[in-house]
Design a binder for this molecule. Structure first.
Ligand SMILES: NC(=O)NCCC(=O)O
Length: 387
């Protein structure tokens, strides 16, 4: 399929203006052409972004004014990016060129007033897990706490007073040098608050990640930051509603979904899953997908009938944010690097909980009892047939 910039662009091109407003309201929950929903940035931010050819999009989610609570306004940032060096370049050159590029994007995010930012899954390397090659790719794995990527991000977090979520390939030197798919959560003070790991590892298409790392044993941590309670649901975990549920049960107000997925597999799901999670759990979800096509020297197959090939297909970007009331931002481009800046009043989370009562009516006790039965070896599905 020929690559195109975005679905939004096609809609705006072919739908008459008065009809377009209805389409937008139905698709996004807002008239997304209403200028009051967009942020104005300092010209310096725009100049910086233009120089870097970085698409910058914004959106604003208002909440009701409350008498007993002040608004809790935060600016959430999401960065999607392609790789810089070809995948056969030296490892250090590949990693350091990405750290340099993303550091320049984070400088733009700072100019846009971003308070809490997340990058895509394993942002500092090519998504090489299709190859099933251990070498050279596991050389990208580094200490979550003080590897070169975390050190660089810690400096920026402190400099810009910004919480940074940095999804990387982790080398756990304390436990046999094991590799994990991890997101490091760095405070706006520059300190590492902690880390979370990918709970669900795919075995679909070319996503041969189970060759490299196991499912996380860290549960569903929520990180209490100056800019809200945040959690990270890494990529494939977005297909598991229970995974989203537990971040909500643990009190998350913003759940990032750093991802890497391709148009031949998941694009129809993409606008649905993180959006539904925000609706069902009354928090903001931030879906961030890698962008671009990455070619690898040695052709590979994955036993799914396709002939040997050198790439995953197209990572379609399309990052977007959904508010607890189901309204969503326009997406970033399908084909280029981008920064999405969303201004949100976190008070909206509790306002929607009150309005819809999902947390009150959630029946966790019923699910816990049913799931406890379902995991037992002698489980019998509850099927009732005509007598
Ligand atoms: N990175 C990753 O988990 N991708 C799996 C494919 C998908 O979930 O769309």
């Amino acid at each position: 399929m020929a690559q195109f910039n975005s679905i939004e662009e096609i809609l705006e091109k072919y739908i008459p203006k008065e009809e377009l407003q209805k389409v937008h309201r139905g698709l996004y929950g807002f008239d997304i052409q209403d200028p009051s929903h967009y942020l104005k940035f300092d010209p310096k931010a725009k100049d910086l972004a233009d120089k870097l050819k970085l698409e910058v999009k914004s959106f604003r989610f208002p909440a009701l004014a409350e008498e007993l609570r002040k608004p809790r306004i935060v600016r959430i940032g999401a960065i999607q990016n392609s790789i810089v060096e070809p995948t056969d370049a030296p490892i250090r050159a590949q990693r350091d060129s990405l750290i340099k590029k993303i550091s320049s994007y984070i400088a733009v995010a700072a100019e846009c007033g971003v308070n809490v930012l997340c990058m895509q899954e394993t942002w500092n390397m090519p998504f090489a897990f299709c190859t099933r090659e251990k070498h050279p790719w596991t050389q990208f794995a580094e200490s979550a706490e003080d590897g070169p990527t975390t050190q660089a991000m810690r400096q920026l977090a402190g400099r810009y007073n910004m919480v940074i979520v940095s999804p990387i390939l982790e080398r756990d030197e304390s436990h046999g040098d094991t590799v994990w798919n991890t997101a490091v959560v760095i405070s706006n003070t520059g300190k590492v608050i902690g880390k979370t790991r990918k709970n669900h590892i795919p075995r679909v298409g070319d996503f041969n990640e189970s060759t490299y790392y196991m499912e996380s044993e860290l549960g569903h941590p929520v990180f209490d930051t100056q800019f809200g309670r945040i959690a990270v649901n890494i990529c494939y975990g977005r297909h598991h509603p229970q995974n989203w549920l537990m971040y909500g049960v643990n009190g998350a107000e913003i759940v990032f979904n750093p991802s890497a997925t391709v148009d031949s597999l998941s694009e129809a799901f993409w606008p649905i899953e993180a959006r539904n999670a925000a609706i069902a759990n009354n928090y903001f979800s931030v879906a961030i997908n890698r962008v671009g096509t990455e070619n690898f020297a040695h052709e590979f197959t994955s036993g799914d009938g396709r002939s040997a090939h050198h790439d995953f297909g197209h990572f379609y970007g399309s990052s977007y944010v959904t508010a607890p009331n189901g309204a969503r931002s326009p997406g970033l481009s399908r084909v280029s690097d981008g920064l999405l800046v969303v201004e949100a009043d976190l008070n909206l989370c509790r306002q929607v909980k009150d309005q819809w009562g999902f947390r009150m009516t959630q029946r966790l006790d019923l699910y816990a009892e049913s799931l406890a039965k379902a995991v037992k070896p002698d489980f019998q599905p509850q099927i009732i047939a005509e007598k």
